[in-house]
Ligand binder design. Structure first.
Ligand code: GUN
Length: 294
């Protein structure tokens, strides 16, 4: 069994990005600039955005954190997005989700200029992804593909079972794994809460991508000997022994599943660190204005 070390791969990619930014700036080019919009004070969102800002520093990007209180109206937020769309200094921006209940998330996502949509959530980016055109790919699926690439894991003709059908992970990773490319070219099955025989389907998988958000859902009896298991789960479970009071828990029962695998990602330190670094790669591409050229 080989552990997939997302922490070290992500550090390596950040260094590659930082080197490229140095070259761009040395040649008189513009330093990429990412803006992050944060509404309210949700603990998880605060922490994700802080990590994104820190990653920008490490990559040599300019970053701006734009905060609003929970009572901002949808109309006001849409007006702020319009400003960011028209700000030539900002290459890409994200609106951290979730948003307060009175704001329609889809409306906000669709207001973002897709050329600056480094989250890859806009329907134009999602649609382009599904038909194999160049686009911004959402960060977690893009990070998973990069791990498969860097570990030289063969996906062609393999049966890939995706657990979960979210717009952010399940649907785009299924599209990427079935794409005629490498990594890709897999036969993909998507399972979700409405799938009655998940265990049997998982047992036929060469690759399992667990993205349901159900802690410890994947058990040893669901995994074929030699399978590749990629765990996207990041549920915070209460843990009185941790100084934070919680423990990040994946969708896979790591201890019992790992001995059966050829490759497996740990939680934390697997897919998680790749997510932020993929956002950084998208920001670099946004800065270079090269995504939609071809
Ligand atoms: N909330 C949880 N994950 C994400 C993400 O990747 N992007 C944004 N904008 N919000 C999130």
């Amino acid at each position: 069994m080989q552990l997939i070390d997302g922490k070290s791969i992500s550090a390596q990619i950040k260094q590659e990005i930082a080197d490229e930014v140095k070259e761009i700036v040395a040649a008189g080019g513009k330093r990429p600039h990412l803006a992050a919009v944060l509404v309210g004070h949700d603990g998880g969102s605060e922490s994700y955005v802080a990590h994104k800002v820190k990653a920008c520093e490490q990559c040599g990007f300019k970053s701006s954190l734009i905060r609003f209180e929970n009572d901002i109206t949808e109309e006001q937020l849409l007006a702020e997005i319009d400003k960011l769309n028209n700000d030539d200094d900002i290459d890409g921006f994200i609106v951290q989700l979730p948003l307060p209940k009175h704001i329609r998330e889809q409306k906000v996502i669709e207001a973002i200029d897709y050329h600056k949509d480094v989250d890859g959530f806009h329907p134009i980016n999602v649609g382009r992804l599904s038909i194999g055109l160049p686009c911004f790919v959402s960060a977690t699926p893009s990070g998973i593909i990069e791990l498969l690439r860097r570990y030289n894991i063969d996906t062609k003709g393999k049966h890939c079972v995706v657990l979960g059908r979210s717009n952010i992970v399940g649907k785009p990773i299924a599209a990427l794994m079935m794409q005629k490319s490498n990594p890709g070219n897999a036969t993909v099955t998507v399972c979700h809460s409405g799938t009655p025989n998940i265990k049997e389907i998982c047992r036929t998988a060469d690759i399992i991508i667990a993205a349901m958000g159900c802690p410890n859902f994947v058990t040893a009896d669901m995994v074929k000997e030699g399978a590749v298991v990629l765990d996207v789960g990041t549920t915070r479970l209460p843990d009185p022994n941790s100084p934070k009071g919680w423990k990040l828990t994946g969708d896979v029962c790591f201890d019992e599943v790992a001995p059966r695998c050829s490759y497996i990602t740990p939680v934390p330190g697997g897919v998680g660190p790749m997510t932020i670094v993929s956002l950084m790669r998208n920001t670099l591409m946004a800065g270079k204005k090269c995504v939609f050229d071809s």
